[in-house]
Design a protein around this ligand. Sequence first.
Ligand code: SF4
Ligand code: SF4
Length: 289
Amino acid sequence: MNDPAQMSANLVVAGVGGQGVVLAGNIISEVTLAYGLDVKKAEVHGMSQRGGSVSAQVRFGPEVHGVLVEKGRLDWIVAFEWAEALRWLPLLGSHGSVFASTEQVIPPVSLRDRVEGKVRYPLEFTQHPRIRAFDASGLARQAGNVKTAGVALLGALSSALPFSVEAWHQAIKEWVPAKAVEVNLRAFDLGRQWQSAPPPRPVPVSELVPRQVWLSLEESWCKGCGICVNVCPERIWRLNERNVVEVQEVERCTGCGLCEKLCPDLAIDVVVESASAAAWGGAKLWQPN
Ligand code: SF4
Ligand code: SF4
């Protein structure tokens, strides 16, 4: 493996607002700085406040002159969401590769069937041999908090870079709030241990089935700000007389995830499939379909 103090590389971290893309870019930069490397970083926040695309380009090496990566010069794409990886593939170099979460963030308008939640999603490119995709959110849940999925992806990326585990752990401690350090370190270690698995195959339209969506609310964290009430395209949340939200007509939920992403107090979880009531302890739980 390369001498870490001499290594040069271009990366992009891509995802949507609320997934921790900027944080991941900061952690990667911190690791490279620990080896005395020059690092340049550029972020694009776009419509991040509404779950839109967010990216962070990171270039590092003994000497780096420009901030932006040129076409064909990207060494790694770290994608927090499948479709966001697609946007960056044209920049990937001939030897470059992709670490991608299989999480799918589907804009509400892209749902084929808004009530049953059937969607078409661009999975065709997952068959590419240089794409290493895995369930980062599943690893994050295993670590103890689904919000650490991005750090699990960094763990997977770290196995392809010559920097020490200690340097990554130290960078995580620098950038993550003290109360969340332990769970993020667990997520990083699980991601680092992840081994390649076959990517998901594209699903023909004829095989699309309604998805199972679960909503959960940690009532004691809800401060009644009403953001979820206003952003939900299906108008499912409403404030009750205790100034806490509750659901109405839950069967209309499409699983778009906007309420989870925009709740400032992390009170809502939206999980598509793979959920069980036990996963949320005492949180209030609904299964719409
Ligand atoms: S956005 Fe979060 S804190 Fe605000 S009302 Fe909804 S659940 Fe409560
Ligand atoms: S409840 Fe949340 S996940 Fe369901 S449709 Fe509304 S914003 Fe989307």
